[in-house]
Every structure is written in structure tokens, then in C-alpha cells.
Unconditional design. Structure first.
Length: 305
């Protein structure tokens, strides 16, 4: 079992979940981080390697399943999201018995939809951001290989995640850090007038684990909680989890421009049918877990090297 992007906020949870099931976990990332200390760690830059080099590594380790949890932003948008998947698909299809691939995509690949829309796997992708476009390109590389019978794999388009060890640059991760550091003094924040689907990272990981062991699953599966949450309600849940009064957060009256759309509600029925999966954690439980890990220490950056 190889987890690419093992040092990221999703990767660390995936390594732990697969290890808990008794799997031998190979943690792959460009640089070492303490959270992978319990696993076999391989410092390897998939995007910067050739497909042949990546294939030799996977064959040498006897990997049967590869989970791609890598993610890149800014200058690395194409390198970490698209070029890496090009190299990875080339490596897997070159092997005599390719490992199963579980590729983590995002619901941002679908782009903005009208309020009230359920986003299912048949929704036509029309991403409005460079990130969504890069992730869609990567997902299509995987889906094309699977549908051509060159690869055994699945693309999982995940909603935004909350829960323990959030990404430092995420809205709720950064807000939790600010609340922790400000204490009773409180903070000012601008909140988008939006409703979005958020899924607990532990639920998302459970879906990935189920997909890794379900080779007959459809090659495209959406994962979320199945509800469009009012972002203000979610902020209130985080403030409550921090044990602070509502007035500890002062909202700035300023319009927020959202490139990802103001409505996200994911249809998760396919995941239920094919994987026997459903989210378990309430939003209150997710925010309490997020707060506890942030309070104990700074959350880890979300860049999956």
C-alpha cells in the first residue's frame, strides 16, 4: 500500500487508516515529516521523475494499491496536480500487473452550479478556477486510462474537509489558529454568504479505504456529507467548539467573491451503493476534533510534498 502525498493533511490520515487495517504502508513524499515516522518512508518526487523510475519503485516495493493524495497550489499547480498524474499513470500502465489506483480529485472540478443543485457524477464539469481545471485534467487522465482498460482505478471527487489536523491555509484551519491565539479578545472575520458541503476528513478517508478494497467500484465516485451547510453556521460551530462566546467573533461587513461558487451539495448515493459508505461524524464532532488538534499544536501545512 503506497500513499503519495503522505505528509499532507489527507495523507497522514490515510497512512494511519490503512495501517490500522494491518496493511504495510509505504509513505511517499518529497520531504520527510514527523507524522510519517511510523511507516516506511520513501523520499521520492513522482512529478520530477520519469514514469520508468516510478514504475521501478512501485515494483520494488511490491505495491498492490496506490492512493494519490498529492496536492499543489500556486507555482506548483500544474507540476503537482497534472504532471505528477501523467508520470504516475505512465508508470502504472507500464507494469505487467498494475496496482489499483485511488486518485483523490475534488468537487471543485464541477465548477459553480445553481443553488439547489445536487452535484452527482453525471454533472458536466465546468471548473471556474485554475485549481479546479488542473484537478479536472488530472482526473480525466486517470478516468481515460481506466475506461480504456489500461488501469484498474477510481477517481474520488471530495468535498471540502473538516476535522482533526486541518490544512493551515484552509478557511477553518486558519480561523481556528486565530481563535486560539486571540483567546477572549476574539477575532474579526469575513464570511462568505454561501452554502457548501463539508465532510469530516475521517469519513473521507473511510471512503478511500473502502474504494481501495473494492476494485469493482465505478471509476468515478463523489464524497461529501450530502448537505449544503451555511458557512456562518459552520463558523458558529467552531466558535462553540472553542468554548468561546459568540461575540468572540466579529464579522466584517464586506462582500466575499467566491470563485468556487456559493452552493455545493454533493449527491453521495453512488458511494453508498458501491462502497457501502456513509458519513458518520456530525459537524459538531468535526469542529471539536479540529479545535482540539489546533489547540494542542499548530495544524500541519496542507501541501502534500
Amino acid at each position: 500500500m503506497a500513499v503519495l502525498g503522505a505528509t499532507g493533511c489527507m495523507g497522514r490520515h490515510l497512512c494511519a487508516a490503512f495501517a490500522a487495517e494491518g496493511n504495510h504502508v509505504v509513505a511517499v513524499a518529497r520531504r520527510y515529516a514527523p507524522q510519517v515516522a511510523g511507516y516506511r518512508f520513501l523520499p521520492f518526487d513522482v512529478a520530477g521523475s520519469t514514469s520508468d523510475e516510478a514504475a521501478r519503485l512501485l515494483a520494488r516495493e511490491g505495491v498492490e494499491v496506490v492512493v494519490n493524495a498529492t496536492l499543489g497550489w500556486g507555482e506548483e499547480l500544474h507540476y503537482a496536480n497534472v504532471q505528477l498524474v501523467e508520470r504516475l499513470v505512465g508508470a502504472l500502465t507500464a507494469l505487467p500487473s498494475p496496482p489499483r489506483l485511488v486518485h483523490l480529485g475534488t468537487v471543485h472540478e464541477y465548477g459553480p452550479v445553481p443553488a439547489g443543485t445536487w452535484i452527482d457524477e453525471g454533472t458536466e464539469p465546468a471548473p471556474a478556477t485554475p485549481y479546479g481545471m488542473a484537478k479536472l485534467t488530472a482526473s480525466r487522465l486517470v478516468l481515460d486510462a481506466v475506461r480504456a482498460a489500461a488501469l484498474d482505478g477510481v477517481v474520488m471527487r471530495l468535498a471540502n474537509t473538516v476535522g482533526p489536523h486541518p490544512a493551515l491555509e484552509s478557511f477553518f484551519g486558519s480561523l481556528a489558529v486565530r481563535l486560539r491565539d486571540a483567546g477572549a479578545a476574539g477575532v474579526e472575520v469575513t464570511i462568505a454568504d454561501a452554502r457548501r458541503d463539508y465532510v469530516d476528513v475521517r469519513d473521507a478517508v473511510a471512503a478511500v479505504v473502502a474504494a481501495a478494497r473494492s476494485p469493482r467500484a465505478d471509476p468515478l465516485v463523489n464524497i461529501g456529507c450530502g448537505r449544503a451547510w451555511d458557512v456562518r453556521e459552520l463558523v458558529g460551530e467552531l466558535v462553540a467548539a472553542a468554548g468561546l462566546p459568540p461575540e468572540a467573533l466579529r464579522e466584517r461587513a464586506r462582500e466575499v467573491t467566491s470563485q468556487g461558487g456559493n452552493w455545493v451539495q454533493v449527491d453521495i448515493s453512488r458511494a453508498g451503493r458501491l462502497l457501502g459508505w456513509a458519513p458518520r461524524f456530525t459537524i459538531g464532532e468535526s469542529m471539536r476534533a479540529l479545535w482540539e488538534t489546533v489547540r494542542a499544536d499548530r495544524p500541519l501545512p496542507g501541501s502534500e510534498d
